[in-house]
Design a protein around this ligand. Structure first.
Ligand SMILES: [Zn+2]
Length: 450
């Protein structure tokens, strides 16, 4: 049944789509400080237009934190978002340019449209809709929109430490959110942490003729040998102490996850897989994605890779690796363990450079916020919603939530083909309108939810 909220959303769909295109046209990649500032200003302006009090918190050389607040009530909800985006390269893989947002077949294509600009904007548009239809929000809603999330939120802790009141609240809306291939909302209750590192090695003062491969050490082999000691073929990380701080899921948590629907065939279809990595079966994939840390090689560079042939012994090799971490692993401790592992295995010559680290966070299921989000999502999307303990990705929820042990949950509109972080990133507008409706409903439900 259509109500006033639906009517308001329909009436403003065109303007709101234009706003989304406008925000996504700003190329706010980490390497462009002026574009980041432009995106921050755009968000602050939009928050103000929706009726929020706003400010920006700036520290030297760091993208500013945009804060917007509105409403009044016994509960405070903190919305955690970011206005920076992943690099759009490789550009040639995009059907239309990443910063020239295009609408095709009811979907909007642009870098950042799913992660995280569409999601941050719909929460603001939901404030506008709520205030226009019902008046002031019956909760205190506080938006925190940072500009460094895609490179690890390195300064968020410092930005939040400027004012303890920023993390005072009762619950947090984590960035993003999605529906599965059957349109069922997936509500994530946390995110994995990350350690991102670079490994580098130099074995020769200069590249050499490969005739010398009998006695001149090859940097590519050196790096590959070191990498092969990090993990076994079953996906078990072999670094001593790596699993020490992993919090084992309870039998009830495992049963909850094992019972969640999982469309293995759809995942295999999207990625063109015959089977999952490490020989994992469907249930094991589900459990591992929730409770297991990872060791992943993001890229390796060494030697000659151009067309034609060149017989050479590379003097240098490097790679970037990430470890997705689970509670209660600490990226700084894991970095020290990686170093100790390399040294213990005779790879003292391999330099390890710590690039970024974020702690994992997994919030509770038994909380009024989780119940309110579930009810709002199920009403708007018309399908059962699923509570998923953690995202495979990382967001800075520990930084925002740990001081008060806040519950956190996603409420959004991404879909399995959203291609976040990849070419042709997109969102489906029909889902977008439902997510605005769900979010506006949440603002009222959360006020009284038991
Ligand atoms: Zn994001």
């Amino acid at each position: 049944m259509r109500d006033q909220l639906d009517a308001y959303i329909t009436e403003h769909a065109e303007r709101w789509t234009e706003e989304l295109r406008e925000l996504c046209a700003i190329a706010s990649e980490a390497t462009d400080p002026s574009a980041l500032q432009q995106a921050a200003d755009w968000c602050e302006q939009r928050l103000r237009a929706a009726g929020c009090e706003t400010r920006q918190i700036a520290l030297d050389g760091v993208p500013s934190l945009v804060v917007g607040e509105t409403g009044a009530g016994a509960r405070t909800l903190i919305g955690v978002q970011h206005y920076d985006v992943q690099p759009a390269v490789p550009l040639e893989l995009w059907t239309t340019p990443p910063y020239d947002p295009a609408v095709r077949d009811g979907a909007v294509y642009a870098r950042g449209v799913d992660d995280n600009k569409g999601h941050l904007l719909l929460r603001i548009q939901a404030v506008e809709a709520y205030r226009a239809v019902f008046g002031e929000l019956p909760i205190r809603m506080r938006f925190l929109i940072e500009g460094e999330e895609e490179s690890g939120s390195a300064s968020l802790g410092r930005l939040l430490a400027t004012d303890d009141a920023l993390t005072d609240g009762d619950g947090a809306l984590k960035e993003g959110g999605s529906v599965d291939s059957s349109g069922r909302p997936q509500l994530l209750l946390g995110g994995k942490g990350i350690l991102y590192a670079e490994l580098r090695v130099r074995t020769l003062a200069r590249d050499a003729h490969s005739g010398g491969a009998t006695h001149l050490p090859n940097a590519a082999w050196r790096l590959v040998d070191a990498l092969s000691t990090l993990m076994d073929v079953r996906g078990r990380v072999r670094i001593q102490g790596f699993y020490d701080d992993v919090r084992d899921p309870s039998a009830e948590e495992r049963a909850h996850v094992a019972a969640l629907p999982f469309d293995a065939d759809e995942v295999k279809r999207i990625y063109g897989l015959r089977g999952f990595a490490f020989g994992r079966g469907n249930t094991d994939v589900r459990l591992a994605s929730q409770f297991e840390p990872t060791c992943n090689i993001c890229g390796i560079v060494s030697g000659f890779i151009d067309d034609g042939t060149k017989t050479v012994i590379p003097a240098e090799a490097s790679c970037k690796i990430d470890f997705r971490l689970v509670p209660d692993q600490d990226p700084e401790r894991i970095a020290a363990l990686v170093r100790a592992h390399l040294d213990r295995h005779g790879f003292g010559d391999i330099e390890s450079v710590y690039k970024e680290g974020t702690r994992p966070y997994r919030g509770r299921r038994d909380d009024p916020l989780v119940r309110a989000v579930k009810a709002a999502a199920e009403e708007a999307f018309g399908k059962d919603a699923h509570l998923v303990p953690t995202s495979g990705g990382t967001s800075p929820m520990w930084t925002v939530c740990h001081r008060r042990a806040l519950a956190n949950v996603t409420l959004g509109m991404g879909h399995p083909g959203s291609a976040a972080h990849a070419p042709d990133e997109n969102i489906i507008l029909a889902n977008y309108w439902k997510a605005i409706r769900a979010t506006a409903r949440l603002y009222s439900l959360y006020a009284t939810q038991a």
